[in-house]
Design a protein around this ligand. Sequence first.
Ligand SMILES: Nc1ncnc2c1ncn2[C@@H]1O[C@H](COP(=O)(O)OP(=O)(O)OP(=O)(O)O)[C@@H](O)[C@H]1O
Ligand SMILES: [Mg+2]
Length: 501
Amino acid sequence: MRSDIDIGLTGANASALVDLEELLATRLLVQGNSGSGKSHLLRRLLEQSAGLVQQVVIDPEGDFVTLADRYGHVVVDAAQSESELASIATRVRQHRVSVVLDLEGLEVDGQLRGAATFLNALFEADRDFWYPVLVVVDEAQLFAPAAAADASDDARRLSLAAMTNLMCRGRKRGLAGVIATQRLAKLAKNVAAEASNFLMGRTFLDIDMARAADLLGMERRQAEMFRDLQRGSFVGLGPAISRRPLPVRIGPVLTADRGGAPKLLPLPDSSEDGAAHDLIFAPGELPMPAERPRRVRAENTDDVFERIERAAPPAYVAAPAPELSDEEREAAIDDIVLQMIADPAAIFQPAGTLHRDFQVRCRIRRLGPSIPDATAFRRRITVARARMTHPESEQEELWTRAIGISERVPEDMQGVFLLLARAAVAEKVCPSDDEIARFFGSHSPGRARRLLNHMEQIGTIVCRTDFQGCRIIAFPELEIETAAVHPKLADANATQAVEAL
Ligand SMILES: Nc1ncnc2c1ncn2[C@@H]1O[C@H](COP(=O)(O)OP(=O)(O)OP(=O)(O)O)[C@@H](O)[C@H]1O
Ligand SMILES: [Mg+2]
């Protein structure tokens, strides 16, 4: 069964495809400033996958109700009691009907409570009804804010817990979160961190760019490219999209959004004396607001139940994966981990990048969605690395300890930490600034020095200069240090040290 959906064009004008089956297992985070085209992107994704997978849209602005006309989504007006909302959500799971939860018109507290009640009931569904569902949440920072927001503490806690459940524990229950936010820095970190696929749109603020770079395992300098993206252009990354950052222009949509970008219009002629004054202050009837696109609104709960029961469920997307016993699956995962650590460059990659590569390799082996999450994967890597060493050798024991310590080092420094530790364990000279810079993809020795300073400040290493001006890097916890060398020397010694790793 087809499981790729087409969301637009890549930089090379090829179709930009998203593997829907993979997306169900690995979730998606969309980020971009207001007007960058996130809601348009979600609409494209929903339109292209309608009929392939059940969809639930948590819609704070009533933007997505127009999906009802063309694709038969049932619109659920969130202005109902919590018990009614919960029983609607339960039936939505039983009958596998696509719905839009329309939260427009509720005040903030009501929106958070409505979304939380609905999501919780989806989550609590009976095991018999754990079918796959795309759960799309637009403006996710409202429902999972990083800090106290306008809403009451109670409502915020409720909806944050529901979003955390959706993103962290929803997969097994068939719930696949697709969330969009204007500001990464305003979205709760644990919610953002659970997505393995990203589509990053135009982003201006440094703090959002830094969060994006961290999530994508990119250098911050590279993330600068998000500033120059046009409306409707995104950079995609993740097991369901692409292994390398992929520029994507989102394609057109078939249903209308309700807002649209404001366009300049000629101002009405009010040159006549006093005309403008009269327009505003003259007593009389208020003008009628312009008609909005038709909303298929259910009158009452019974009505919604009826619609849900009438609607046909979408086709199931998952193609059957080969049956594997637990031992076969474990052996396949071990094999992948061993292949990964055999690549000498792997040790210098941030954990997030390694885990994404692992997910892609599992996909190639068709291991299905039950694969180790980021934490379990890290543990496996450590254990596999330790197994490869020989404890009787003093050097290997030190190296195993260094790997253990590196797991406590901030992720973006782990690679360099291990690079330096390897030199110290092997009693080689410290790599030069140029070598260090090259390891994290930079040509700037200044950045290498700043990184070393930072590592020293947090206590992972101590840099010492001997009386000849040569640098030595000490590792207090390991009680070892590198041999001395002048830091500016990109000479044969340093290169040799790196090659020996
Ligand atoms: N790929 C695209 N092709 C054509 N039009 C687009 C595209 N992306 C966005 N637009 C248009 O740009 C406008 C803004 O897009 P959209 O509403 O999706 O932005 P947004 O990121 O959701 O903004 P906000 O955060 O304020 O909700 C809309 O009128 C939309 O139709
Ligand atoms: Mg939007």
